[in-house]
Design a protein around this ligand. Sequence first.
Ligand code: PEP
Ligand code: MG
Length: 314
Amino acid sequence: TREKEEAERARPATTTDGVHIEVAANVNRPDQVPVALSEGAEGVGLMRTEFLFLETGATPSEDEQHAIYRGMIDALGDRPLIIRALDIGGDKQVAHLHLPREENPFLGVRGARLLLRRQDLLIPQLRAIYRAAAEGGNVSIMFPMVTSVGEIIRLREICEEVRAAVSGPVLPIGIMIEVPAAAIQADSLAAHCDFFSIGTNDLTQYTLAIDRQNPELAAEADSLHPAVLRLIAQTVKGAKAHGRWVGVCGGIAGDALGAALLAGLGVSELSMTPRDIPAVKAKLRGVAFSALASLAEKALDAATAAEVRALDLP
Ligand code: PEP
Ligand code: MG
């Protein structure tokens, strides 16, 4: 029956030897939350707020944003909600912001770089988030495209100023790891972050120097390339040295082999398109963490993505 199926989906993804991997959804709007929960999501690991700007064709006001974040919190209850600050630039261009045209938008003023230059966008967003969180919920803030320690130090200072101004609660602050420099410096960044979420779509693009939208190179832009996996392993190591947790919210988190490998590398949260959740949870429930860890070891030693993909899933 449908009830039985939903109860099965709601069961946590705990490996046969007792390691729980949190499975969350990538969701942008409150009305998408019930669907994600019925697929078995334990929370929202990535809310891409740029869609608020892209879909409406206008810059949403602080109050409009507050209402949407409240809607997300109300739909989720106490379940975690990670709100990612505006990630504009690169493939996400917002016409009505009239930003300067760039020769190489993927290497330009995007993500955190834009937020630090356009505090007229950042501050109302942070005010809306802290005001919404003051009314309850389990909210974290995440910054996209962070490349350097200086950026996160400055972003944290701005968060604290806004929090104090609206008398908001202290919220966990994390960053996306989606630039090779950030993965390589994960240990230094972890000192200033409460958590990391690896954006494997961009991390793959920047590691392999392949435009994520180029159809000609789509088959080669494989997030299971050993070079990408080694950066993920380095990210986990840097985070663990500071007692921080690491998630993945790029597309590979929703792939059965990808999810298994990521868990084996020490990633403890996977956030994905809701429809991928049941299969990923079922996969993780059927295996031992120790087997995933040895699978991950083999993948790190592989020479090519094809070799990784040929590994037998336990
Ligand atoms: C990523 O880069 O993997 C990611 C999750 O962010 P986005 O796809 O929104 O760039
Ligand atoms: Mg990204």
